[in-house]
Design a protein around this ligand. Structure first.
Ligand code: ZN
Length: 305
């Protein structure tokens, strides 16, 4: 199955595919095991930082091995490709989907770059996500300092002129652990306007981790020091995918937090342990639990594979 077909089904049936970031074998296996258990299609996202960290050849090996080991529809996706070259590299490595993030460019420049990547990707049967509007926060090598909501009329023009398969929009989410200084708020009115002008089209929410308060408390009780953490409430994400055409929701921070809590807890409870496999397995189990929760309770992509 192709990712566009999954998006079509997601629009029709009111759910979203989780795009879960991974950076090692443990997180990758946890994400895929969870998707398999819940019979859910899944997007596994690799940032350019994670690609650098794991290395091209290892990522290639992970992709081949994963497709042999699991039978659910899975899509390896480049998260925040910042230029043509990194997207080209991902396409050549065998990614199923790439994001070209020209959101920091002027509108016309963003269209030009995104179209160039879309033309290349489509000639290889690879799907493309573009981004319009700006998100606050830091994710990997991606830094946003100014938040600008996506303009509905520009979204229409952008989709028509670039040929992208999905579009990341800015409606108030942001990257990193601290997403809101006050009450969390998403601009559903803007989403509604975008969707009226660009009907039946899949939209993407970045910076959509929920940054669970109890997890932060636990991490800090286990010796961590995290402050000013606030994420997007899961009820808002659920609304975005069940009532609107948000078909891909990105989760990175929540996975990092689950990993951090699991490892801190393990070391606290087992100060004598030096068994690498055992403590990394504890992180894997917790990531799997988190991903299952997102798939079944928030994105509702379970039993859609
Ligand atoms: Zn992002």
């Amino acid at each position: 199955m192709k990712l566009v077909d999954c998006y079509k089904d997601a629009i029709k049936n009111g759910y979203a595919l989780g795009a879960f970031n991974f950076c090692n074998l443990e997180s990758l296996k946890a994400i895929l095991s969870s998707a398999q258990k819940n019979n859910s299609p899944v997007i596994v996202a690799i940032s350019s930082g994670a690609l650098k960290y794991m290395g091209d050849e290892y990522v290639k090996g992970f992709m081949l091995a994963s497709k042999k080991a699991f039978s659910i529809p899975m899509f390896f996706h480049l998260d925040h490709g910042k230029d043509y070259e990194i997207c080209e590299k991902a396409i050549n490595l065998g990614f199923d989907s790439v994001m070209i993030d020209g959101s920091a460019l002027e509108f016309e420049e963003n269209i030009k770059l995104t179209k160039k990547v879309a033309d290349l990707a489509h000639s290889h049967g690879v799907q493309v996500e573009g981004e319009l509007g700006r998100l606050l926060g830091t994710e990997d090598e991606h830094v946003g300092t100014q938040s600008i909501y996506t303009s509905p009329s520009q979204a229409k023009q952008f989709v028509e002129q670039t040929g992208v398969d999905s579009l990341a929009i800015a409606i108030g989410t942001s990257h990193g652990i601290s997403k809101f200084s006050g009450e969390p708020k998403l601009a559903f009115d803007i989403l509604e306007q975008i969707q009226t002008l660009v009907p039946n089209f899949p939209f993407v929410l970045h910076g959509a981790s929920s940054v669970d308060e109890q997890t932060i408390v636990d991490i800090n009780n286990l010796g961590g020091n995290i402050s000013h953490a606030k994420g997007v409430p899961e009820t808002m994400l659920e609304k975005a995918c069940t009532k609107y055409n948000v078909c891909k929701i990105n989760v990175d921070t929540d996975i990092r937090m689950a990993t951090t809590r699991a490892l801190r807890r393990y070391f606290k409870q087992n100060p004598e342990s030096v068994d690498t496999k055992v403590y990394f397995k504890s992180a894997q189990d917790d990531i799997e639990q988190l991903v299952s929760h997102k798939i079944c309770d928030v994105f509702h992509s379970n039993n859609k594979a």
